[in-house]
Structure formats: C-alpha cells, structure tokens
Design a protein around this ligand. Structure first.
Ligand code: RB5
Length: 152
C-alpha cells in the first residue's frame, strides 16, 4: 500500500523535534502536513493528538507522527480515535515490529532528552516497514477492531 500522507503534530515539548524532522523530510522529499503546534508556548497534547488521529483515521494510506515530551501522552490520546493504532517507540526494534505485527498507523516520538540520530532511525524504519499481512496478526488486530466497534 502506498503511503500517501504523513500528518504531524506536536505539543510545546515536541515542537523543536517536529521542526527538525520536517527539515529531514524536506531533504528526503517525504511529504507531510503539519497540524501544529507552532511554537514552544505551552499547549495541551491531546488537541494535537486527536487532530492528527482523526485525519489518519479517515485515510487508510496515511500515517501520523506525534511528538510530545515522551510520546506517551500522544499515543494514549490518539488511541481513543477509532481505527488508530498508536505506539510510542524509543528504539528501532519496537518501531519496526509495531508496523510488521501491529500495523501501527501513528508513531509517538520523544521530544525531550533523546538524540536526533536515534529519532531518524526510528522514523525511517517505521515508515519503510510494511504490515506483514500474516493471518495471525490480522486475526489479533481484528479482535481489537471488533472490540472497538461492538465492545466485545
Ligand atoms: C508536557 O510537559 C508533557 O507532559 C508532554 O509533552 C508529554 O510528555 C505527555 O505525555
């Protein structure tokens, strides 16, 4: 499946990393849409998480990248939107497996106290890795979808 669009969002703690990542994407001709925030003034991460998650939930070829201090608040909030499978990844392995096994469509990143060199590797592998399409993983994701849709 072709990746059509990356929606990006950050709170004040993720703003600086979002800007760095945008430059990296520009250099590598990766297209994205930035849904804010646009400064280091304090904001609430759920506003950005929910905005990005709603965009991703409406476009099955799209992905989201959300950045806060840790990436966790963003993932917690994004996962409240139907169809979203958000993860906060701090290493290449978890980023890769979240795509291969879980078909994650939103990546939460840590904006504070974390090297950009690692962020680039996490983002690259997450964007490059396809869902495995294996029956057992589809079955497990379908159980989550069923619960999401019917509560059982
Ligand atoms: C904001 O200070 C911080 O709590 C937020 O960026 C994030 O880490 C929440 O999960």
């Amino acid at each position: 499946m072709k990746l059509k669009k990356i929606y990006m969002g950050a709170d004040h703690a993720g703003f600086e990393l979002k800007e760095k990542l945008k430059k990296y994407f520009d250099k590598n001709r990766i297209s994205y849409e930035d849904l804010g925030t646009n400064s280091e003034e304090s904001v609430d991460y759920p506003d950005y998480a929910l905005a990005v998650a709603q965009k991703v939930s409406k476009n099955k070829n799209a992905k989201g990248i959300l950045i806060c201090g840790t990436g966790t608040g963003m993932a917690i909030a994004a996962n409240k939107v139907k169809g979203i499978r958000a993860v906060a990844a701090y290493d290449k392995y978890s980023a890769e497996m979240s795509r291969r096994d879980n078909d994650a469509n939103v990546l939460g990143l840590r904006g504070r106290f974390f090297p950009f060199e690692k962020i680039k590797k996490i983002v690259d592998i997450w964007l490059e890795t396809p869902f495995s399409q294996k029956a057992r993983h589809k079955r497990r994701i379908n159980k989550i979808k069923r619960f999401e849709n019917h509560g059982s």
